[in-house]
Design a binder for this molecule. Sequence first.
Ligand SMILES: [Cu+2]
Length: 278
Amino acid sequence: MKMSKGLMGRRLLGLAVAGMALVSGGTAFGQQPKPWEITLQEAATPVMENIISFHNLLLVIITLITLFVLALLVIVVVKFNARANPVPSRTTHHTLIEVAWTLIPVLILVGIAVPSFRLLFQQLDVPKADLTVKVTGKQWYWSYAYPDNGKFEFDSLMAQDKQPRLLGVDNEMVVPVNKVIRVQTTGADVIHAFAVPSFGIKIDSIPGRLNETWFKATKTGMYYGQCSELCGKDHAFMPIAVKVVSDQEFAEWVEAAKKKYATNPANTYASAGGQAAQ
Ligand SMILES: [Cu+2]
């Protein structure tokens, strides 16, 4: 089939727009690592959007500095080698340049510090939470407790038969969309770390300590993360899967979960088969 260039262009554009709509909008949004991915995972929370903006700002700044230093080196090599400049200058001090190369870096660092601290405060200052989930890191799986919704708790183990490989779990953590979720985390045995890249959260789960962070997912879908503190032989096999759903779906899930996990209060490592991943 022959297509005119204009028609072909429009078709490609249509395909691209449809693809973008599929990725950014709709209900099927979700994030997991992709092959050959070099960028950060796409943001699903305002905090992660700001992390990505800050990262992009820093990338511009370091690129400009690197190019500037490279240009200076090239100038020195070309203009001031022994052949091009046989009689070198005997200058040892230049007050203006010395002041400049002290002050300009200070100003650049202050310029970076302002948005950096703003972002840090946004991450650390937990807003009034709509829902609290207590996350316990264990060797080698996660447990999620919902103290606001009937106090049920369940274990989440890597499921070998589930996709994506090494990220799929038997019981996902489920949260409602557009709600502030407070994550309180601790470790039951050793230090683990609860991290979900597209939410912009990564926090240590430390035995004897309750750490706190928060996220507000603005898109429904499945999001994946991993334990991010080397915690033993199956550290790589304790993925985090978070399902973000509508309020109504969340209410339905809570009702089902209350029954499912209430009848199995000893839903522990042993009762789940005693095998995290081999
Ligand atoms: Cu771990």
